[in-house]
Design a protein around this ligand. Sequence first.
Ligand SMILES: [Mg+2]
Length: 414
Amino acid sequence: MNERYRAAMVLAGTGDAIGYKNGEWEFCHSGTAIFSELQSLGGLEKIKVKPPKWIVSDDTVMLLATGSALCKYSDQADREKLFSEIAQHYKDCMKDMGGRAPGATCMSAVHKLKPHLKGGYYIPFNPRGGGCGAAMRSMCIGLRYPRPEQLKDLVAVSIESGRMTHHHPTGYLGSLASALFTAFSIQGKPLREWGKCLLDTLPLALTYVQETGQAVEENKKEWYYFRDAWTKYLESRSLLEGTSDPVFPEPYDFKERDAFYKKISFSGWGGASGHDAPMIAYDALLGANDDWAELCKRAMFHGGDSDSTGVIAACCYGAMHGFHGVPEGNHKFIEYRDQLVKQADRLYDLAYPGQQSVTEPVGASQGDTLEDRDIGLPSDSQKADCDSSHGDSQDARAELKDTPEGSSSVSESV
Ligand SMILES: [Mg+2]
């Protein structure tokens, strides 16, 4: 089991770095073009996912920030302290965003967080807070609270950490979905049941939001978009009951997937919102099962927000299948590998107290450790390499990343 924890965290970094490819693939609008470029590099088997050509993006940095707070403050008794810790880590991790294309919503929201004040982790409701920035970083919450009886903790922590930057149901319910799917991966719950179980969890989520008393009416008003989008998607795959296998159209290759991801998106960029980042990751997992190469095609090589769908899908894959079928070069040299492994071990210890995690060395990586690089700042040389690879056009498009909303005005896009 501990190996699956490690694979979940490490492959999250891999899914992010491959989907991102230093901005080139995150912002490429054609899955066919991405796959063709991959073939010219020798294919998935041949690529070595390591800096400076393949750095992790904001997704992994914020996943590590979330996980680090969960590891640092493990006392179950006082959620306030945990939430303040998470807020502080979100502020701190913004120092590590050079070349990583952070979302505009995350960047502006962290300025509003005041972790040293009581309740300082709340930010105002944001009608434009439906982007995927909360969904891309919450998988470690599923690793921390993996058991069915821990569902209330998972709901509370995923929603609260999510709305520290995305105070809109479409945004923070994406955080809930990614955390829940990771917990399902650990539980071994059949994939076909996940979507229905997510919908079944939404009333509990709404109860939590109501109990906290934060912008309740605004949240209730915008609640339906996420629920309706997921209902419609599950219907299209014959998964609404969760009792039969998914039905995919024929053919369903790069071109068809690009069109479908666009169709389920809020504003044309599949995976850029809180509802469709976990949706595309789920769709990819359903189609790939334990085939890593197929998962990459569906979750990372497409014309949408491919690092955010990649980080979620790959994390769940690792939590289900470990490193099964993953070429060593895809994960062995991933940036922050030591940190990802150490966090995985700590999360495992917290989730399964009394069961000793494996103790062998964590393997090749960049040499960074949890102790000396708690928030993980890249080296100057690495940062310079990353920065030089980014043009203004990518930065401008990164600005778009967190702008898709789940607001009522454009609900017909799903
Ligand atoms: Mg990213």
